[in-house]
Design a protein around this ligand. Sequence first.
Ligand SMILES: Cc1cc2nc3c(=O)[nH]c(=O)nc-3n(C[C@H](O)[C@H](O)[C@H](O)COP(=O)(O)O)c2cc1C
Length: 363
Amino acid sequence: MDPRLNLDDWEHEALEALDPMVAGYYVGGSRDEETLRGNRRAWSRWWLRHRVLTDVSHTDPGLELLGTRLSSPILAAPTAFHGLAHPGAEAETARGIAAAGGAMCLSTLSNTAVEEVVAAAAPAPVLFQLYVYRDRGATEAIVARARAAGCRALVVTVDAAVLGTRERDVRSGFHLPPTLSLPNAAPGAGSVPAATGASGLAAYVSEQLDPTLSWDDLGWLLQLTDLPVYAKGVVRGDDAARAASLGVAGVVVSNHGGRQLDGSIPTAFALPEVVEATDGRCPVWVDGGIRRGTDVVKALALGAQAVLIGRPVLWGLSVAGAGGVQAICSSLTAELAEAMALCGAPALDRLTPDLVRLAEPGL
Ligand SMILES: Cc1cc2nc3c(=O)[nH]c(=O)nc-3n(C[C@H](O)[C@H](O)[C@H](O)COP(=O)(O)O)c2cc1C
């Protein structure tokens, strides 16, 4: 029997093996980590109202997304610095995602060139997560390069104009070793060097990324590229509606895995408002604390088209490289298929709002 029965088993194994500075960077959240914990708890506040006596002999969690048939609606969220987890870095992740029949969103702050990641992932689709640099010319060049490399979409992160303080990283003096570079970031922006008594990432973000980012810039980005653009980091209906009016391809309900504004609403509670406000004008995706197939069922029943998982991919990569990434994706997809069958929902379009109900206070 594989001793790893669930995503938490992978997490425990990874945290034991990783260097403490890296483990703290991957696992942590900002400030008191209330949102980090809240994300997970919030999914369990929704209860399932399963249907009975439906034929679930064939349960299919697959779907068409980004012009490709995917094995499940679970995508790999953009996470920085895979070189800290495995020498094969993001190319290794891409191979694991492809083997699982999934799709991957590559961070601007990755340690592998986008062209290499797209080649390693093929035929699995790669989306490119964009951070907007103060240097707009460099940002335009990053977008053009991602498109030329064959990325299928841009995912612009809108919740990180300034970096939320992750106290674990301040304490550890988080930095990248000199062997790891950022080949997709703005040229000349440098790396994430050691800083005494501070997080090297915090220094990088405040020097390089643009804190003036505003709605006009989202309009600018939409003009700049013919790639579909998703806005990641939205938790309010009014913001989601505005993004939809500007013409985004989709909205990602996210609080950056509890790493930006601590106290930000857990995504399982923000999702219904965003779904209502976008009103079918664009798809809604969600991430944050999704660790069980039942969490995915709840997200889709609440109106999400797809979900993203961040940390679990890093646990798989740290423990077993591409095979580990494939294993965590496949195990969550298997949990999803089981949960769909037990809910009486043999296909994703049967995951409807009547399946979920928010717990009464105290339950
Ligand atoms: C180690 C780490 C690095 C991350 N790096 C990025 C990033 O570069 N860009 C981004 O938009 N989000 C980043 N995120 C946030 C993820 O995309 C995602 O929103 C979050 O991890 C989802 O929550 P989960 O880890 O609970 O699944 C990062 C998250 C983690 C844990």
